[in-house]
Design a protein around this ligand. Sequence first.
Ligand code: LCV
Length: 259
Amino acid sequence: MALVVSKLEKSIGTITLNHHEKLNCLNRELITQTIQALHEFERAKAKAVVLRAMPGAKVWCAGHDVNELPLAGDDPLGYTIPFEQLLRQVIAFPAPVIALIEGGVWGGGCDLALSCDILIGTNTVSFTMTPAKLGIPYNASGLNHFIRVMGLHKVKEMLFTAQPVPAEDALRVGILNHLVSRDEVDTFTYELASRICRNSPLAVQVIKAQLRFLTQGHLMPVEAFEEIEATRRRVYQSADYREGITAFKEKRAPEFKGQ
Ligand code: LCV
């Protein structure tokens, strides 16, 4: 089943997340199809990519598929999982990836959007980071995607409260590049993509690559990294982690006990 629709026109690739029934949640199949589309665009030397949901979508992406999160004590956000591979593919894509966002963006969907290079939204947009609500120890590379975009205090509020950041705030704190009306957002996005396509693809590619290296996060002592991983392991092997995911599946509020 095609969970993603892709097309290439005038050097601009468009990937439309099209799993409406499950609100474009990032399951293995949707991720595989999205990565395949990116590989096709790379082979075709696309000069820009637009990542979007269907026009007028109420939810751009409902985040990681909770049913595919491990309950057996494995890292839910380990380096090799499909979701993390998708983020790295977007970040490393040799041309700008522009997120055209309408509707709610949840959890890993926020990380996917922030992994894009330019974000254009409408006033229906909101960004909600949910790990704390689900009992999930988000990972360092994911958190770096946030702190390199917005102030630390806003990141902390977003992650600790799991409350939505509405469109106007998202523009103000630097998540969104532009906030555009629903009937103008398509034209605005593709005009911006076309402007990029008129510039040198080699220069754009090498500038994107340098910015990737320059924003890869802070050097940290090996021991600090090992401490982070040990702390994260305690969380994703905790009863609270299992409770968070079970409560979601049972469509009830979780009861965390701090253990
Ligand atoms: C599986 C889903 C999902 C979904 N997975 O429609 O960032 S982290 O660390 O938290 C990371 C691990 C992560 O990304 O976790 C997931 C974070 N996402 C969320 O917490 C959002 C979960 N979804 C919702 O809260 C609601 O679906 C919203 C508010 C987005 C929309 O609510 P609405 O009532 O309009 P439904 O909830 O009925 O969703 C429609 C279908 O999509 C499924 C959901 O189970 C339902 O399927 P069924 O009709 O088969 O029950 N769905 C939605 N999100 N993340 N499945």
